[in-house]
Ligand binder design. Structure first.
Ligand code: UD1
Length: 365
């Protein structure tokens, strides 16, 4: 009987990581079952990525939807346990650091199923981030840890994890970016929004530390009224962020700062917006990586990053909201500093092939 692998995806940043791993495993004739937890469910937060990236419809959708951390995580666990006992997989592959990642890893490991964690070893050092808790717990219960950088390997070793289960393979999100460049280049979004290359900036915000408190949200928005931002700022807003802005009565301030709020974008349009922008302002994790690979200046509105290689490579700079420096100061600082953009080791579009090769070897044994 053929052994089955379940690939778990739940939230937007998972889908572009799953796509190339699914393809590489299928190329090795390994039977893959896609389980979508339903953590993200709006068309533009989920289905559009399946359509654009050619991922087959999920075999199972757990349909959990939104909730508090505890209820969402618990609901995923209960429903995923049933699926695991029905399907009886040999391995469960989880991605990144969202609630779906830890929920499914925990169920699988306790059911005696092998767990592979893709994007293991990232650490911000900030336990106030729900994702940091998810990462640490997932890494410590996984059987196989696939990492994107040598920093990540070192983090795992520092926590006493066994070197034999750590594999530095590169970045699967960059595999997708590399595979999709043609469609990204053909996206009409820049023209449709009346923009042109390098005459606008992009903003994204969704971290609770930035958007949950109306004072910090207002402070971030007001920084964009400074003269260096005489460009238009395009802001594809996460549904949660949009609600927070509306509740805080900040739509007018947004407008006064030259920020145009638009709905969440699909993969091709979003990456096209990034690729043609002058700079990107974000609190996302993945966007720090995508801008690094594309060579676009990224200003990360956070006190820390779990992706230090993007700072080292020269495209990313941390922007504190403590108020000591304005966003304009950071902008000028970036351009004054020597920008020696180099390539990041193994971010070469082949990470998922390496992962499939390793899993195939384990599979044969
Ligand atoms: C989750 C991840 C975060 C990731 C982000 C990317 C966790 C702990 N957090 O955060 O790491 O960077 O996804 O987007 O897993 N909502 C919708 N439509 C959707 C999905 C969500 O309107 O399709 C709204 C709901 O009001 C929901 C809220 O967004 O309550 C938050 O969604 P949730 O999945 O809990 O967390 P994110 O903030 O999206």
């Amino acid at each position: 009987m053929q052994r089955k692998i379940i690939l778990v995806a739940g939230a937007r940043p998972n889908f572009m990581k799953l796509a190339p791993v699914y393809t590489s495993l299928r190329d090795k004739d390994i039977e893959c079952i896609i389980v979508h937890t339903g953590q993200h469910y709006d068309y533009e937060m989920s289905q559009i990525f399946f359509d654009e990236l050619g991922i087959p419809e999920p075999d199972v959708n757990l349909g959990v939807g939104s909730g508090s951390h505890a209820s969402q995580t618990a609901e995923i666990m209960v429903r995923f346990e049933e699926i695991c006992s029905e399907i009886d997989p040999w391995m469960v592959v989880v991605f990144g650091d969202v609630n779906s990642t830890i929920a499914c890893a925990l169920v699988a490991r306790k059911s005696g199923i092998l767990v592979s964690h893709i994007e293991a070893g990232l650490r911000s050092g900030d336990m106030e981030m729900p994702e940091e808790i998810n990462r640490i717990l997932t890494d410590h219960i996984s059987n196989f840890l696939f990492t994107t950088s040598r920093f990540a390997n070192q983090n795992l070793l520092n926590e006493g994890l066994d070197e034999g289960k750590i594999f530095f393979v590169g970045n699967v999100m960059i595999d997708t970016l590399n595979n999709q460049l043609h469609s990204i280049n053909n996206s009409p979004i820049v023209e449709n929004l009346g923009l042109s290359t390098r005459n606008y900036d992009v903003l994204t915000l969704h971290r609770p530390s930035n958007v949950d408190d109306s004072i910090s949200l207002e402070q971030i928005i007001s920084n964009f009224s400074q003269s260096v931002f005489d460009n238009k700022i395009v802001f594809p807003a996460h549904p949660r962020t949009k609600i927070k802005i509306e509740k805080a009565g900040l739509m007018d301030s947004l407008h006064n700062s030259g920020i145009e709020i638009i709905p969440p974008q699909g993969y091709h349009d979003f990456l096209s917006l990034i690729q043609n922008s002058r700079s990107v302002w974000t609190d996302s994790g993945g966007i720090q990586e995508e801008t690094s690979w594309l060579g676009i200046p990224c200003f990360t509105i956070r006190e820390n990053t779990e992706r230090p290689e993007t700072i080292e490579v020269g495209t990313n700079i941390l922007v504190s909201t403590s108020g000591e420096k304005s966003f304009e100061d950071y902008f000028k600082e970036y351009y004054q500093s020597k920008n020696n953009h180099t390539e990041i080791e193994l971010w070469d579009g082949r990470a998922s092939d390496r992962i499939a090769e390793i899993i195939f070897e384990i599979y044969g044994n």
